[in-house]
Design a protein around this ligand. Structure first.
Ligand code: MG
Length: 263
């Protein structure tokens, strides 16, 4: 392996709490009468709630469980609408059916408003906002130890400013100079991220390992001949792990990732 390309959310950064808070605030702005309002009293306001409050919210576990079924900000609307309706969706076909029942205009408005809420929160309480996104400590340590063994790069759909702020907070900003961070401006497809990295660092595709916590992102990249690994500590579950194994991807764990990736 000459280059290790890593997704950010769910691989380096545990951002689920932040996504939940921003998604819930967005959802309740549209549906203030929702049953989820009871959940939210501790989580609303302009500043960021404490992590313990987020983890204690009754809807948080269901949110985590359904989150892997979606891809984009508006999927949080779908997940919260399911929770609001008292539904537990356990598989992709069920999720896709429920998603198709949602008003597409509402979903695109949710998408817009979600990013405005995030911007509002990160602006009003930057410290508290960053504290909602803890690093996966073993990965941070691994990257520090292995920085000399491969080119390290980030392939994310997050925005560069947030990624750089969090890398500073995690103490690993020096490992990722600007040209090694490909953010959402590169495009929605991780395949494009990997193609740009291959060109930029003159590495062939088999010399690259790509780690993401979403199987569908690995599916786009795998045909390039790049080695793909699912970050099993991220936002996936048994369903996704079984799928990754079936496709022949590495299934990396926090305890084993170093050996699995570097041999
Ligand atoms: Mg991810």
């Amino acid at each position: 392996m000459r280059l290790l390309a890593l997704d950010f959310d769910g691989v380096i950064s545990d951002s689920a709490s932040e996504s939940f808070v921003v998604a819930l605030r967005t959802y309740l702005a549209f549906r203030p009468g929702s049953s989820l309002m009871g959940d939210a009293s501790d989580l609303m306001g302009t500043s960021a709630p404490l992590l313990e409050r987020v983890h204690g919210a009754p809807a948080y576990a269901a949110f985590l469980q359904m989150m892997p079924l979606g891809n984009r900000a508006e999927d949080y609307a779908v997940v919260l609408a399911a929770i609001d309706a008292g539904l537990t969706i356990i598989d992709q076909p069920g999720y896709d059916r429920f998603r198709a029942e949602q008003d597409p205009d509402w979903l695109s408005e949710f998408h817009r408003r979600f990013y405005a809420e995030r911007e509002g929160l990160s602006g009003a309480d930057p410290e508290g906002w960053r504290r909602l996104m803890a690093p996966y400590a073993p990965i941070v340590d691994l990257l520090r130890r292995r920085a000399v063994d491969a080119v390290l790069a980030i392939a994310t759909s997050k925005d560069r400013r947030s990624v750089e702020a969090l890398l500073r907070l995690y103490g690993i900003e020096d490992l990722f100079p600007a040209d090694r961070i490909l953010d959402k401006e590169t495009g929605p497809s991780k395949r494009l991220h990997v193609e740009v990295l291959a060109r930029r660092f003159d590495v062939d595709f088999p010399g690259i390992t790509f780690v993401d916590d979403k199987v569908n992102h690995l599916d786009r990249v795998a045909p390039l001949g790049t080695r793909c690994g699912l970050a099993a500590w991220g936002y996936n579950g048994d369903r996704e792990i079984a799928l990754a194994r079936k496709r022949g991807y590495l299934v990396c764990t926090l305890a084993e990732a170093e050996r699995q990736l570097f041999g």
